[in-house]
Design a binder for this molecule. Structure first.
Ligand SMILES: Cc1ncc(COP(=O)(O)O)c(C=O)c1O
Length: 393
């Protein structure tokens, strides 16, 4: 055990099962340990390093902004926040943005906004929020309550009142749960932490119809699916269902902490001064990094390349399925997963690390792939080759 790992054990709360490796440098699709070994990263810091590690445009934007202005607090205006808000708004719902520091905080804003919307419309009785079983929305108390996974919630009860859970893709259960006391339905278009489950277009359609009928808001948590991960800037843009609010975070700041709740124009002024705030939100440095990220994502051909790579990788994984090495292949764009025929996904992830490939498992049967969006076909082939050699029928 190296000194860094020993220091973690002594001084850092044990809330993560960390792999036994210490990284000191990142470049493109590779992370490097202290001995100079390069690891092919197919997790992207859990969909943070979507442009790869230390992308030159992001590094430059951070360096330039850090030398100019790092923080003012939200009592003043700064150029980077205004520009990043414009870029996000004009390329999504067209309304206004609240900047937070993380995904959970972006969702907290969405939850508060929908509760306030319900209260404005019908008083305190329009407050219920429906979320989906197996979903993941964060670890703060409100977002943990929205995260319908009993094992994650159990130690922290009592949770917030007013949340109802329904099974994903179950239109009957959703219809049964809906009434005029609902202020929002909140869902991930592709459930990420829950194991990469794509919601069906029919379910999204019904969610849209029911929320309209009951004057509730439809919130898409695009924290994992957003910013190009599925081959569109936001996953909702694959179909024709337009949510009222989206939340985004993860790769937004090119790996600096920033998140955002984006409201459609009709709901952009629901929260007024003093109702919601966060001291660091929309700071000049993460916003400058975010502008650089958006600049790369909006380059002609970028999303088409991600779509092409997603199809390529899916095809490669399906070959493993044909050989009986994996049971099923799921996902959208470069957000993919396979189910193993039997438990052992954590062992596969450990074996991969030994062979300098970084993978992630969401359960004992599911391996999830979140490669940087700048990945190359040869890297995908290397990972599939590893799986082919190391998976057992
Ligand atoms: C869909 C989704 N929502 C919310 C979150 C929480 O984001 P954060 O960890 O930045 O608070 C995550 C994190 O994995 C996520 O995948």
């Amino acid at each position: 055990m190296n000194d860094t790992i020993k220091q973690y054990e002594k001084y850092v709360m044990p809330t993560y099962n960390r792999q036994p490796v210490t990284f000191v440098r990142g470049e493109g699709c590779y992370l490097h340990d202290a001995r100079g070994n390069a690891y092919l990263d197919f997790t992207s810091g859990l969909s943070i390093n979507n442009l790869g590690h230390c992308h030159p445009a992001v590094v430059k934007a951070i360096q330039d902004q850090a030398a100019r202005l790092i923080h003012t607090c939200n009592l003043y205006h700064t150029l980077p926040a205004a520009e990043l808000a414009r870029l996000i708004s004009e390329n999504s719902l067209g309304g206004k943005v609240f900047f937070a520091n993380s995904g959970a905080e972006a969702n907290e804003c969405a939850i508060k906004l929908t509760r306030k919307y319900g209260r404005d419309l019908a008083g305190k009785d329009k407050h219920r929020i429906i979320t989906l079983e197996g979903g993941f929305h964060g670890r703060t108390m409100a977002t943990l309550t929205a995260t319908a996974q009993p094992a994650k919630q159990e130690p922290f009860r009592p949770l917030l009142p007013g949340f109802t859970y329904v099974p994903a893709n179950d239109v009957v259960a959703l219809a049964d749960a809906m009434d005029d006391s609902v202020c929002a339905v909140m869902l991930e278009p592709v459930q990420g932490e829950g194991g990469v489950h794509v919601l069906s277009p029919e379910f999204l359609q019904v969610a849209r119809e029911l929320t309209e009928r009951h004057e509730a808001l439809l919130v898409f948590d695009e924290i994992q699916t957003g910013l190009g991960r599925t081959g569109k800037l936001f996953a909702y843009q694959h179909g024709h269902i337009i949510p009222d609010i989206i939340t985004s975070a993860k790769s937004m700041g090119g790996a600096l902490p920033i998140g955002a709740a984006v409201a459609a124009p009709a709901y952009s002024d629901v929260l007024s001064p003093g109702m919601h705030a966060t001291t660091f939100g929309g700071g000049p440095v993460p916003c400058a990094a975010g502008i650089a990220v958006m600049g790369e994502l909006l380059k002609p051909g970028f999303m088409e390349r991600v779509q092409g790579l997603g199809i390529f990788m899916r095809g490669q994984l399906e070959m493993l399925a044909n050989e009986g090495l994996v049971e099923s292949v799921r996902g959208l764009g470069l957000m993919l997963a396979v189910d193993l025929p039997h438990p052992g996904a954590a062992d596969v992830v450990s074996q991969a690390l030994e062979q300098r490939i970084i993978l992630n498992n969401t359960s004992e049967k599911t391996i999830r792939f979140l490669p940087p969006l700048v990945v190359e076909e040869r890297m995908i082939e290397a990972v599939v080759e590893f799986l082919k050699t190391n998976l057992e029928v």
